[in-house]
Design a protein around this ligand. Structure first.
Ligand SMILES: Nc1ncnc2c1ncn2[C@@H]1O[C@H](COP(=O)(O)OP(=O)(O)O)[C@@H](O)[C@H]1O
Ligand SMILES: [Mg+2]
Length: 252
């Protein structure tokens, strides 16, 4: 399996606070990896640092994506290379309609990837969008509103999955895309993750619940505690966490 993303001895913090304390991980181009861990262990920090959120400082180590060290690249360069992050707490951006944003982002990514790309018309794009929205059972008026503006928790998470479906990156980092969803929405989101993964794409899913994992077939589970991966294994780790909590991992 070809390695798509390789994280080597990654440290990062905010202000004087050290959060990531030497993370190592290799993700193959068709693999689904899950990071689990208690609140505050650094899962979202890792997701954000991978995408290039400038809020985090004193980075050291390497982030190799598609054979290139992207540690100093801007988030949009990383997106252009095929990396995508679904936020744990998607922001509301009023004044920019979701469908307009998706159209621009889609066109920019496509033309960046393929010099001969012929601009899709707004109408063609609308059709594509409608099709994707149907799969996610998203209300059709939602995308003409500002990005996440007045969206419910579940609608925000579905909107992240809509971006994933439209932008079709090489690798998706999904930060607690399962939180705040009712059972039906959870299934819809799981199906979207599976659809993406089945296209031979890579997924790094961050969660601290087990409930989403019963719909997915991850290859690897990693347990993050206090900024480090303390254990990695197969899906059997999920059962162990379910039964014993994170206490035993703390003691090694
Ligand atoms: N802006 C910030 N200022 C100070 N501490 C922060 C900030 N953002 C995150 N942290 C701290 O970093 C640690 C890791 O947070 P986070 O990565 O969100 O954990 P997780 O996603 O695993 O719950 C926590 O202790 C959190 O309080
Ligand atoms: Mg988090």
């Amino acid at each position: 399996m070809k390695t798509l993303l390789s994280i080597k001895n990654l440290f990062a913090g905010i202000g004087a606070k050290e959060i990531l304390k030497g993370v190592n991980m290799n993700i193959g181009s068709k693999e689904m990896h899950v990071i689990m861990g208690p609140n505050g262990s650094g899962k979202s920090t890792l997701a954000n640092v991978l995408m290039g959120n400038p809020k985090f400082s004193h980075l050291s180590g390497e982030i190799i994506f598609r054979n290139k060290n992207i540690k100093s690249e801007s988030p949009d360069k990383r997106a252009a290379m095929g990396l995508f992050l679904a936020f744990q707490y998607p922001r509301e951006i009023s004044g920019v309609a979701l469908n307009r944003f998706l159209f621009l982002a889609y066109s920019k990514l496509k033309s960046g990837k393929d010099k001969k790309y012929k601009q899709i018309s707004v109408f063609e794009f609308q059709e594509k969008l409608q099709e994707e929205m149907k799969k996610l059972k998203i209300n059709s008026e939602l995308t003409s509103r500002g990005i996440n503006e007045g969206f419910s928790g579940g609608e925000k998470k579905k909107a992240e999955m809509l971006q994933l479906g439209i932008l079709d990156p090489e690798m998706a980092i999904l930060d607690e895309t399962d939180s705040g969803l009712d059972v039906d929405a959870l299934k819809i989101v799981a199906e979207a993750i599976n659809r993406f993964s089945k296209k031979n794409k890579a997924v790094l899913l961050v969660t601290h619940y087990q409930r989403l994992l019963k719909y997915l077939n991850p290859n690897f589970i990693h347990v993050m505690i206090d900024g480090k991966i303390v254990q990695s294994g197969g899906p059997e780790l999920v059962k162990k966490i379910e039964k014993e909590g994170y206490g035993n991992f703390l003691n090694g």
